[in-house]
Design a binder for this molecule. Sequence first.
Ligand code: KE4
Length: 430
Amino acid sequence: MNIEKSKSLFAKAQGYIPGGVNSPVRAFKSVGGDPLFIKTAKGAMIYDEDGNEFIEMINSWGPMLLGHANPIIEEAVRKALSDSLSFGAPTAREVEVAELITHMVPSVEKVRMVNSGTEATMSAIRLARGYTRKDKIIKFEGCYHGHGDSFLIAAGSGAATLGTPDSPGVTPGTAKDTLIAPYNDLEAVQEIAQTHKGEIAALIIEPVAGNMGCVLPKEGFLEGLRTLCDAHEIVLIFDEVMTGFRLAKGGAQELYGVIPDMTTLGKIIGGGMPVGAYGGKKEIMDFVSPAGPVYQAGTLSGNPIAMAAGLAMLTQLEENPALYTKLNEIGARTVKEVQQNLDRLSLSYTINHIGSMFSLFFTDAPVVDFRSAKAADTTKFSGYFRGMLEQGVYLAPSQFEALFLSTAFEDDIIALFSKANYDVLKAMHA
Ligand code: KE4
């Protein structure tokens, strides 16, 4: 495959941008080779600067739920452009978006827009600490909540991929207030809560984890966390940056019927534009400045162009619940193809799947937490990634990421993906 333009762009980029990328996981470090520089995309297809065509299974790490270049979202952005790009002042559209989010997400009575998932989770933790006047938080090994200092401890996603789950630069003073538990281990959480009784402001979790690869909550785990947080007066935060608006209109909390005190959102909420949000119970959200004492601000928060894209995305999801039926069917059909290919080749690798999210782990053991995810053979994963790229399939360049499908992933695309998946797995095990 000719990737000369990507190669020369990557060489140039490294002279101006750390590692040549604006987000580490994009650098292909864990899978080897140079990253592709993407030029354009449409529907389920993405094209690099050298004109190579790929089936798209990252979808910008989740946002492109309705496929690339969704005409309704693009038309909404085009219309908004003529009114200027930013005011730094309230607009009618951000009120519409806020009203729609409070209608769609069960836990959200009030919501504050920000510009990324990281801003959402950082703000949510500060708010929980200000509201409860307690300092510590509980997070889970392998969960990734963005690059805020409090979260870069045992973090997943790019931090895990690059072997820096505990990043330099995070001070001991910060790290001491972040308590870590294994995902799916309710007893461990109960022990931590007992040991640090009265000290814990919040527990933050990916209700379905996507940042150690896709890992599902065990039966009763989320319900157990809800009960525990009630008993200890801990603010339960669902980080639905990835699962929000993907697993259901109301995210994982709707799917599992467990309602957190606060929810952080991102990705799909902006329809591809930089948008994050945090929301929850009125009594907590009214602690946020200027209604309350907890400060949080942002020049481009609620940016009118981003709100136009987000409103167009969320309105389509709100008005067409059949989109989730379609998404879940696409997910089931795709995963069935992978499982059938594994069976035909007598391979027993593990697939974790929910709705339109899934991960193929190169281990035959169940993957239920970060420890078991790390047991996967990342060398085999790299070979698989490169083989699939050669076959025209653009996967997430890390075993510790999930794949995200879109409504554009029609049967013909699934068939092409399945053939590539079979051929690459067969060649790997010849
Ligand atoms: P951003 O700051 O990247 O918008 O969101 C941070 C974040 C927070 N919470 C969850 C559950 C997330 O998955 C993320 C970001 N996800 C990664 C993909 N695993 C973003 C990709 C990247 O870092 O480039």
